[in-house]
Each structure stands twice: as structure tokens, then as C-alpha cells.
Design a protein around this ligand. Structure first.
Ligand SMILES: [Zn+2]
Length: 410
């Protein structure tokens, strides 16, 4: 900290640190300038968020120039394909940079990147540096514009780009290796990652040919896991044991863990409640699926695409044989207590009204905003308006207290 008596001294300070920051053991991205006189601080006051008497000055991001050698493409754990620039190694902000993300085809076209270009690279807030421009003066005369690849570099499937979206996707979701790995990780879930079942383990299991789908995961033996680097008898046993726990998953959770596109936790529950068992869901047609409440065309299409893939059906047969739950059980019914009943929630409660409405949805009920003859229940809290109350009474709707509501879903 330095006390400056005029603007010139402030800039001297900024320039000094902008040059010596490269020699520091840690990264700094700017300095803070404060008015130190208390009276002036009072006079300047605050904006809605920050004091007016303190401001941070950000150093200009460091920029270097290097040679664009090639562009490669990465298929993500989901399905999007990202172009990556391979650069002649260059020192930038203390680290050697060889690669830079280009994000998507739109950005690639905007920059009009060509092989052999000298490009400007900056390290902004993100860890991965990015290309911010091309030095046109140094562009070779015979260079040609690059176009985005047409086929998935991992599985060879023709890529698609949805209307209005910048990203390209590989639609071969059930057979494209990085996407399979992503799905395996999803099945394993967050909890198991604590016991060394993360990305690297899944990738190793896949690359060694031990696991091709989630059914293989369930049939994995301790001996197989011990073939992986870093696993011993105990850790391998723990991994197998926790994968076996997936047999306790209720049907709707199992459905969610299969990561069918657009089938998140809520949709999985809706489908499980409606179709009751996997066999029925797997033969459901698109028109049967869209009849289910909140299930739209894209979800329906995606479920049908899943069930028409023979390898998925084989996988499900093997999961069934392994004893995973393929239908709703009586104990799962608790979540369906309110079975489509409509609620108007009004007044003050012991918990937030939003939370209460969420609980209604989770239990299979429907929230509506206005009282009508179709309303099943009015959930009346403290200070509920007398007009609403008398309307509910007039229509003969059942009015329940918060306490009665808790009993209803118990
Ligand atoms: Zn692919």
C-alpha cells in the first residue's frame, strides 16, 4: 500500500505493479485505489452496491502472438463438439500455452481462422486462454478459410447443428465413446465419486474394455477392478459394493440415472408414475408419451429413440437380470399421495409458500393460482384474505390448514 498525493503518483504505482507482477509468485489482476480521507469518503458515499471512494483498476490482459498449427475437435461428455486451437508453444502470464479454446463454429467463423495464421492469444478470467484475433498483416497469401468438421472425430457420425444454436452435436449418443463415458459417470452418481469412482476410473474401465454400458458396470467384479492402476483389494471391493447399491434405487431414480436425453429427475418420476414399469415405457409410442402430463414432443421423441436402440434394450434386460428395480413399488407410492389434486395456497405458513408449492408438486399435486369450481383444496394459512375464503366456502371447496396438509401427505 502506498499513499499517493496526486493522480500522477497513482499511475506510477499502477505502472510499477503492472511490470513487476510477472515476477510475483502469485497472480494479481489489478490494484485497488482508495480515497483515504474519512470526510471525503463520507461525502462520496455509496452506490447501491459499492463505495464510491474505492475502485479497482484492472491491468490489461497479457496478449501474445503465436502460430496456429492446427485445429482439433473435442467431443464433450454431453454431446457438443468444441474446436480447439493447437498453437506453437508460447509463454503467457507465466505459463506455456499450447492450446486455446475456440468454443464453437460461430466464433471460429467470426475470427476467420486459417492454418498458418499468427494469432493473438489472451488469458482472461478463465483458466483456458483464448484467441482474440488474427494478425492479418502476417497472413500467408494462399491461406484458406477453414470449415467446421462434418463428422464426429470420435465415432464418425455426421454432426448436427440445431436451429438457432451455435454448437454442433454428435447425435450418436448411445454409441459415441465420450458420451458413453459421460453416461457411465452419471449412473455412478456424485456420491460414489468420493470413493475414487470419478472420471479417470470410468475412462480406464472403458478404455480397458471392461465396461461398455451401465449393465457392465453392475456386473463388474472385484478382480476386474483390481486390474486398474491404483486399486487394491479394499478399494476395489468398495467400488463394486457401492455400484451394487444401485439395486436399491427406486424405479424412477433408475430411469433418471440412465440419462435418456431430456429425462431429468422430475420427468423420470412422471414417466415412472404413469407407465409403472420399464416394459410398458419401452413399448410406449410417441403419441402415448405426449399424453402424459408435462411430457412434450422432444421428450417423447427422445424416449422412443432410446427404446428403439437394440443395445439399450439388451442393457435393460441385463439390468433386470441383475435385480435392479424395473417397476414402481407400493412404497414408492408415497410420492403420489396427492395424485393430480389441485391446490390454491394462500396466506402465511411456517415455511415459504414457494417451498410448500414445491412439496405439493413433489407429492403429485398441482398448484393453481385462482380458486374455481375445479379446485380440490384451498390450503389456508394465516392472514388469508376474507374474500378468497368466502369464495372457497361458497363453491364448497375443502379448506385445510397447514397441519391438515402435513397429515394429508404423511
Ligand atoms: Zn460421436
Amino acid at each position: 500500500m502506498v499513499k499517493a498525493s496526486n493522480m500522477e503518483e497513482v499511475f506510477d504505482f499502477i505502472n510499477y505493479w503492472d511490470s513487476v507482477r510477472r515476477e510475483l509468485d502469485f497472480d494479481i489482476d489489478g490494484v485497488v485505489i482508495k480515497v483515504n480521507e474519512y470526510n471525503l469518503q463520507q461525502e462520496l458515499g455509496f452506490t447501491s452496491k459499492n463505495p464510491r471512494w474505492a475502485i479497482s483498476y484492472k491491468f490489461k490482459a497479457e496478449r501474445v502472438e503465436t502460430f496456429l498449427e492446427a485445429i482439433s475437435y473435442q467431443v464433450g461428455r454431453t454431446d457438443s463438439v468444441t474446436p480447439v486451437a493447437n498453437l506453437t508453444p508460447v509463454l503467457l502470464a507465466g505459463t506455456t500455452v499450447k492450446r486455446a479454446s475456440i468454443h464453437n463454429a460461430e466464433i471460429m467463423a467470426e475470427l476467420d481462422l486459417r492454418l498458418g495464421d499468427m494469432v493473438f492469444v489472451e488469458k482472461g478470467g478463465e483458466i483456458i486462454p483464448k484467441i482474440v484475433g488474427v494478425n492479418i498483416l502476417k497472413r500467408p497469401a494462399d491461406s484458406q478459410s477453414l470449415s467446421f468438421i462434418k463428422k464426429c472425430p470420435e465415432c464418425g457420425t455426421a454432426l448436427i447443428r440445431k436451429d438457432g444454436e451455435a454448437n454442433h452435436y454428435c447425435p450418436n449418443e448411445y454409441h459415441c465413446p465420450p458420451q458413453i463415458k459421460g453416461r457411465l459417470e452419471h449412473f455412478i452418481g456424485r456420491k460414489m465419486k468420493d470413493i475414487n469412482a470419478g472420471e479417470a476410473t470410468v475412462a480406464a474401465l472403458y478404455d480397458m474394455g471392461l465396461v461398455r454400458d451401465v449393465a457392465d458396470l453392475v456386473f463388474l467384479t472385484k478382480d476386474q477392478v483390481m486390474r486398474l492402476e491404483g486399486f487394491r483389494e479394499k478399494s476395489a471391493g468398495n467400488l463394486v459394493e457401492s455400484i451394487q447399491q444401485s439395486k436399491n434405487r427406486p424405479f424412477d431414480k433408475l430411469l433418471f440415472s440412465l440419462e435418456i436425453r431430456y429425462v431429468g429427475e422430475t420427468v423420470a418420476r412422471k414417466l415412472a408414475q404413469h407407465f409403472r414399469m420399464m416394459d410398458k415405457l419401452m413399448v410406449a409410442t410417441e403419441s402415448e408419451l405426449v399424453e402424459v402430463e408435462n411430457i412434450g414432443e422432444s421428450i417423447a421423441k427422445s424416449v422412443v429413440a432410446f427404446s428403439q436402440d437394440l443395445s439399450n434394450l439388451q442393457m435393460i434386460d441385463r439390468l433386470k437380470a441383475a435385480g435392479l428395480k424395473m417397476e414402481m413399488e407400493a412404497s414408492d407410492e408415497i410420492i403420489n399421495r396427492l395424485n393430480g389434486k389441485s391446490f390454491v395456497v394462500s396466506g402465511k405458513f411456517s415455511i415459504d409458500r414457494e417451498k410448500l408449492e414445491e412439496i405439493i408438486t413433489l407429492n403429485g399435486g398441482v398448484n393453481v393460482s385462482a380458486i374455481s369450481s375445479k379446485t380440490d383444496f384451498v390450503l389456508a394459512g394465516d392472514n388469508m384474505g376474507p374474500a378468497k375464503l368466502s369464495k372457497a366456502e361458497k363453491l364448497g371447496i375443502q379448506i385445510i390448514s397447514e397441519e391438515e396438509f402435513w397429515q394429508l401427505i404423511q
